[in-house]
Write a protein that binds this ligand. Structure first.
Ligand SMILES: [Zn+2]
Length: 508
């Protein structure tokens, strides 16, 4: 290791925590190596051969024999925007080994937001109007600092959120004056550390935004080193056109593109993952593109009449006018009410749903692709949440890596840590490296698995032994309990700005 001799003789003999004899998977994609790891002052102080740090004085010594030590998981796709402040324990994430969440996805964010009434769909996924108190991005950062969540938080700014701040109605294109107002709010957010811009162009409140609106809004991103993440305008028949639109926006703005929860949705679309990934690979030759994916064949969001079909099960998870229908299949509700499913959906809205809309082969192919990182897309305010909220990361390790052997454990960890940090510009995170922040998870590679199911979704995972956030132990697996220590912090964007004269070929 690169610790200097002077360090070794003066301060390096002490540490806060010494984890001994673990199998270290460092997040780079490299194969596991047995090592001892010392944590000091929030960072990784030393990584050395087993036994070689035995002389160190450690306030706490952990026996990692038979366990894997990896970087803490980075959940790049979340809707935890208001929950990191309202429920800073963040137990559904912490208990999976997640140490950082990226909020503000799918065009919806808690900041900067000034509501005129109820939050427009799907901003209602983030909470009711009383949960939105952040008219500026700076005020949101201050609220995170004050709340001290158990996990780190990095944030995108949502296009739909900006639209709702400046437009009287969302079923039309923004005017140039409105775009200018949205841009200045985006710039305020970028100045205060936002990662970039997200869109949710498939949703009713953004679908009438033409590409030109997003092109104009995205222009300030490059000067700040920002990025563009998008819930595509279509994940159904028109997915290739929607991807083309995303790449065009990234090219115009000269910023990296992340396609959110890439999927082939709808029976007519099953089997098209080869085509979709080929389009991604083609774009990769000319610009920085990637995607995230959650490890399930069912999606979940607000109930959308456009997605109502009898091709597969649609489970209603909540309904404002009919809360008693939560948990039932839409087809059952429609039969009970003696109406068709579209009419039933109309009566249930606003509502939430789980759509079993994907094929195993497509999900496998997308998960396995080298451009794919893992994001949960968990919905923390849903009373019957899709199990991804509690299970996404252990499911990748247990089901997809160990049981299905879709990829090695080292590759699985890379997709949840090192590659994720690189994609989202999270500095000194995502790898077990000397000097990096000590976001770490210790897990049992033989038993780690998700326990959350569609019928019983709020279950902490098995096999997560301990989780450290910025060097502080936040979760102990033996009791499946949080320690109560909340050492997470807001992570400001660290990606360097794009030089106005340089091409997009430099590696971020
Ligand atoms: Zn989305």
């Amino acid at each position: 290791m690169s610790t200097t001799l002077q360090d070794q003789t003066t301060t390096a003999q002490r540490c806060d925590t010494l984890i001994q004899h673990a199998l270290v998977i460092d997040g780079s994609g490299a194969e596991p190596v047995a090592a001892d790891v010392a944590l000091r002052a929030g960072r990784i102080a030393a990584i050395s051969a087993p036994g070689s740090l035995d002389g160190w004085q450690a306030a706490q010594v952990i026996d990692g024999t038979g366990k894997v030590l990896s970087p803490g998981f980075i959940d790049v796709h979340t809707h935890d925007d208001t929950n990191v402040i309202r429920m800073p324990e963040m137990f559904p994430k912490l208990s999976q080994g997640v140490t950082t969440v990226v909020v503000g996805n799918c065009g919806i964010s808690a900041a900067p937001v000034t509501l005129k009434g109820d939050p427009p769909d799907p901003m209602n996924l983030l909470g009711q109007s009383s949960a939105f108190h952040y008219p500026s991005f700076a005020s949101y950062v201050a609220a995170i600092d004050a709340a001290q969540p158990a996990v780190n938080v990095a944030a995108l700014v949502g296009h739909t959120a900006l639209r709702s701040n400046h437009m009287d109605r969302l079923d039309r294109a923004a005017t140039s004056t409105e775009i200018a107002a949205m841009r200045s709010q985006l710039e305020e957010a970028l100045t205060h550390g936002a990662l970039g811009l997200s869109t949710g162009l498939a949703y009713a409140n953004a679908i009438n935004a033409p590409t030109e609106e997003v092109l104009a809004l995205a222009e300030p991103l490059a000067a700040h080193g920002g990025m563009y993440a998008t819930h595509l305008r279509s994940e159904f028949a028109d997915i290739l056109d929607a991807m083309e639109e995303a790449f065009r926006i990234g090219k115009h703005a000269r910023v990296p593109v992340v396609i959110s929860h890439l999927k082939c949705a709808g029976v007519d679309n099953w089997g098209r993952s080869k085509e979709v990934l080929a389009a991604l690979e083609l774009a990769e030759r000319h610009q920085h593109v990637g995607c995230d994916c959650y490890p399930y064949t069912a999606s979940s969001s607000t109930l959308d009449p456009k997605q109502v079909t009898d091709d597969y099960d649609i489970q209603v998870t909540w309904s404002e006018p009919h809360p008693e229908q939560g948990g039932k299949l839409l087809a059952t509700i429609a039969a009970d009410w003696q109406v068709d499913m579209h009419e039933a959906a109309r009566r249930l809205m606003p509502a939430g749903a789980v759509y079993h809309c994907m094929a195993d082969d497509d999900v496998n192919r997308i998960l396995r692709h080298p451009a794919t990182v893992i994001g949960s897309d968990g919905l923390p305010n849903d009373p019957l949440p899709h199990p991804r909220l509690w299970g996404a990361f252990p499911r990748v390790l247990g089901y997809y890596s160990r049981e299905q052997q879709l990829f090695s454990l080292a590759v699985a960890v890379h997709k949840m840590t090192g590659l994720s940090a690189q994609r989202f510009g999270l500095h000194e995170r995502g790898l077990v490296r000397q000097g990096y922040w000590a976001d770490l998870v210790l897990f049992d590679p033989d038993t780690v698995r998700d326990a959350a199911t569609f019928t019983d979704p709020m279950q902490p995972a098995h096999g997560i032994e301990a989780v450290w956030v910025n060097g502080v132990c936040a979760y102990q697996g033996a009791q499946k309990k949080a320690t109560g220590e909340r050492a997470g912090r807001f992570l400001a964007r660290q990606r360097p700005p794009v030089n106005s004269s340089s091409s997009s070929s430099s590696n971020p």
